[in-house]
Design a protein around this ligand. Structure first.
Ligand SMILES: [Zn+2]
Length: 393
């Protein structure tokens, strides 16, 4: 460990800076769709460049970009990768207590869309990185920061970052998604499927001349409810889940429907093979077709993210936990989360242990009246700073 005294960095100015930066980021609307992340990417790049980082953009289209920043260490140790996403979900129709893009402060909280998910986490990463850069902390490895576009839809940015062969060597991936500064080391996988049934239209008064796609879907759903996908309950993630969440079909009341489609959201645990699950569904189609010769269905994978886990005794976790204990004053038991993050794209591709820890609260993601607690926000800066020093000091 260097002679740097990290406590000396944790000043009132640091607290004011992370609050202001979070407010600035909330005020910079980056609702996805459409995304418009480029403006936020450019703002974060300027901030980190001023702090001494080298920055580059990953362009997606005219208004959309992700940003990579790097502070060089001495090269004696692998670096550490911090990740946050630039986009937010839309505001919704409900009236908010505080305007969603004002970044207002009330009750020791910063309010607004993205305050929890996850502009607070992004701000904490940036302020922590700037503190270490300005203090000229002797770092044995690089601090790499990936701020990505599109996490709320298709992880567009993370998928591009994951393809990079020049990021490493790295020893840990820290994702600043909302955890109320707890440590999550396991996240569920997601397998989203669209099932469509295909029939033939006919006049509604002559149904025997058509093939009714809605009735085919009914037959499918009845059997799907009974279909078992084998799994072993995971100590941190629990059971897998599935939910049939949308249905569309039909033309009009006097036309036999030739098309019906549903989407299914399955959340998986380690050991479940997504390709195998799709095969089970195709096998079910074959069974139904054997009983109903007109039955015709197709399955399309619309989102496929593997479950990601890191062993609790991995050095990346124990070091991070030690930093968290120092910052918060007590040790924390690593847990699992049901949501997925950019880690599903980054951790397997870069072969990194991953840790999710951020100042937002998971229960405030994607809901009206989103906020971040200022004390958790300030604490996150301390956690990241101490963690970086444990990894690279
Ligand atoms: Zn998020």
């Amino acid at each position: 460990m260097s002679e740097l005294k990290p406590e000396a960095l944790f000043t009132k100015e640091m607290e004011d800076e992370v609050v202001k930066l979070t407010q600035d980021l909330v005020r910079m609307k980056s609702v996805n769709p459409p995304g418009d992340e480029r403006r936020v990417a450019e703002f974060t790049a300027r901030y980190l460049e001023d702090a001494g980082f080298t920055v580059e953009f990953i362009d997606h289209d005219a208004d959309r970009a992700s940003m990579l920043a790097r502070l060089k260490g001495s090269g004696e140790a692998p670096g550490v990768l911090y990740s946050a996403h630039l986009d937010t979900v839309p505001v919704g129709a409900e009236k908010w207590l505080h305007e969603p893009f004002d970044g207002e402060i009330a009750d020791d909280k910063i309010w607004g869309r993205g305050s929890t998910d996850m502009k607070s986490g992004m701000a904490a990463i940036m302020v922590s990185a700037k503190l270490l850069a300005k203090a000229k902390a002797p770092l044995k490895g690089d601090i790499v920061i990936a701020l990505t576009a599109g996490e709320e839809t298709d992880s567009l940015g993370a998928v591009e970052v994951a393809k990079r062969k020049d990021l490493g060597p790295l020893q840990a991936l820290i994702v600043a998604e909302p955890s109320a500064n707890d440590i999550f080391v396991a996240e569920k996988g997601a397998l989203w499927l669209e099932i469509a049934t295909h029939g033939k239209t006919a006049h509604g008064s002559m149904p025997d001349l058509g093939r009714n796609a809605i009735l085919m879907m009914v037959a499918f759903l009845n059997e799907f409810e009974k279909l078992e996908f084998p799994y072993t309950e995971h100590p941190m993630l629990g059971k897998y889940s599935r939910s049939v969440d949308t249905i569309t079909g039909g033309v009009k009341t006097n036309v036999v429907p030739d098309y019906c489609a549903i989407t299914i959201d399955m959340r998986t645990v380690p050991g479940q093979d997504h390709a195998q699950m799709v095969k089970q569904i195709e096998a079910l189609f074959a069974q139904l077709q054997a009983k109903m010769p007109d039955f015709k269905a197709t399955v399309t994978v619309i989102n496929d993210r593997p479950p990601v886990t890191t062993p609790v005794d991995d050095p990346a976790v124990t070091k991070f936990n030690a930093a968290l204990a120092e910052a918060v004053g007590k040790a924390t038991e690593p847990k699992g989360v049901r949501y997925y993050t950019d880690a599903a794209a980054l951790a397997p591709a870069l072969n990194l242990p991953m840790i999710i820890c951020g100042p937002g609260r998971a229960e405030l993601c994607h809901v009206p009246n989103e906020y971040v607690d200022i004390d958790l926000l300030v604490q996150a800066v301390k956690i990241y700073t101490l963690a970086t020093l444990k990894y690279l000091g």
